[in-house]
Design a protein around this ligand. Sequence first.
Ligand SMILES: NC(=O)c1ccc[n+]([C@@H]2O[C@H](COP(=O)([O-])OP(=O)(O)OC[C@H]3O[C@@H](n4cnc5c(N)ncnc54)[C@H](OP(=O)(O)O)[C@@H]3O)[C@@H](O)[C@H]2O)c1
Length: 384
Amino acid sequence: MIYRSFGTTNIKLSQIGFGAMRFPLTEEYDPTKIDEVKATEMLHYAIDNGVNYIDNAYPYHRQTSEIFLGKALRDGYRERVYLATKMPVWLVKSKDDSIKYFEEQLLRLQTDVIDMYLLHSLSKNAWKTVQECNVLGCLDEMLNAGKIRYAGFSFHDELPLFKEIVDAYPWTFCLIQLNYVDIDYQAGLEGLEYAHKKGLAVMVMEPLRGGKLANNVPKRVLEIIGGSRWKQTPAQFALRWVLNRPEITCVLSGMSTLAQVKENIAFASGEHIDTLTADELQLYAQAREFYRSRTKVNCTQCGYCMPCPQKIPIPFILEIYNDARMYGAIDDSRWMYKVFVKPEHRADRCTACGECEEKCPQKIPVAKFMAEADSLLRQSGDDA
Ligand SMILES: NC(=O)c1ccc[n+]([C@@H]2O[C@H](COP(=O)([O-])OP(=O)(O)OC[C@H]3O[C@@H](n4cnc5c(N)ncnc54)[C@H](OP(=O)(O)O)[C@@H]3O)[C@@H](O)[C@H]2O)c1
């Protein structure tokens, strides 16, 4: 494992960190049913093989991820990692609330201190809450009391707000979405460079776009990857691009199988900073262009939108809606819609209540796409 400096501190973090948002499940569509045996094996393998940063958050796996992690890090594993989790800013109504959620997280994680604590998913509205409820005052108090060691934030909004937030508080680090497709989206590459110049450690999430750059990769993209001097999987092609950047401290990987953990850790045992040539960067530009031309909805299947009050499986519907265009396979998507989505949970049951749009880090106009998806995917003869 290669380690990189955590900003201006003396801490070194593994260049790949473990994201606790996509553990394997015992029941396919129920994120609360973490397969604890498999997930524990994956975590222990990662830590035993050099991963020393684990990223969690209050809502992951519908609030069960922190509880699971508290158990999985017993027997000495807690002491071997830097533990990160995030405050659910959207639930906070007062400074007392922020303290209440933090104390609850300590209990869930079975620890007295959070090494790296983030304000979760900052956007225009969340930033307003942070200011109105003096959440930064709460961070100061917890830092002074030694209950958190380093303060940071994760971000999902436009670049100017990102810069404003970077400059508003003495953060040690931030977490941004970055992959070879999303280079000028949200904070993007300009945000990466900005935060790095200001001395923040920059962590990266969604390096594989939630798995979209690794699984079921379109034939054209496989051809482009084949033009590289390395023999590599699509996941390695995508990880190589982020790990090439010297400004990044740690790339968070969400892994759902032990095989993925093994592959990604083996890949992270190599040095990747500044290893891509101009010709190779050109391959990424070609693949980016292809994805951009075929992507209808910018969903990364993070699941933040769920649960839907109408029980509509929003990420799944957006996925098959996108796939219809990506692979030109509309019949496959129609078949999946018919077979896997019960009539009472189909996209036409959306009431446009807006709950999901509030929570979506990508700001997707879900109601609009639910209507479009239903009209594309429903076949004549399907139940009304
Ligand atoms: N703060 C925030 O707002 C926020 C938002 C999003 C994420 N995060 C954090 O960032 C972490 C990383 O984001 P992410 O989970 O979206 O990461 P990601 O690496 O972009 O996507 C994870 C998915 O990629 C696939 N994958 C991983 N390794 C693979 C491999 N070697 N081969 C094939 N497929 C592979 C798996 O998909 P399958 O499961 O389909 O196989 C996995 O679930 C999260 O886990 C979470 O901790 C934070």
